[in-house]
Each structure stands twice: as C-alpha cells, then as structure tokens.
Design a protein. Structure first.
Length: 77
C-alpha cells in the first residue's frame, strides 16, 4: 500500500465514524472509535516508510529541507 492509499483509507474511516455518530448508531461508532488509533499509527508508518519517490538528501551542513523556498523568504527563525 502506498502513502496516498493509506491516507485515503484513514480519511474514509474517519468519515464513516462521523456518519455513525451523527445517525446515532453507537455500536458501530464504538468499533470505529476503538480501531482509529491503529489506523492512524498504520497510516503514519506507511507514509514514513513509503519509498516510491526518490527525494533529494540534504547537503552536508544544510539544515533547511525545503528546496523551493529559503528560510529568509518564509520569515522563519
């Protein structure tokens, strides 16, 4: 499973949980609520381990990871 699929599946589960709460179906909502931490942890693991794209490494001594803007342009630090 890739990162986009994991995020989509977790979002779909959140929407199902919200719908179950709104319609008042407590047993179904409880099951989705209890499963949500595992879904989120699984999603985070998949997103961090997804290596389908080859991202550039930071140069030696470089602390800023965004390649489209510098720290000065964003007004940080």
């Amino acid at each position: 499973m890739n990162a986009m699929s994991a995020v989509g599946l977790t979002t779909l589960c959140l929407i199902i949980y919200i719908l179950l709460v709104v319609v008042g179906y407590a047993p179904g909502a409880t099951i989705w609520f209890l499963a949500s931490p595992f879904l989120v942890l699984g999603m985070v693991y998949i997103v961090l381990k997804d290596d389908r794209y080859d991202y550039p490494e930071l140069a030696e001594g470089k602390e800023w990871g965004y390649s489209d803007k510098s720290k000065d342009e964003l007004g940080l630090f």
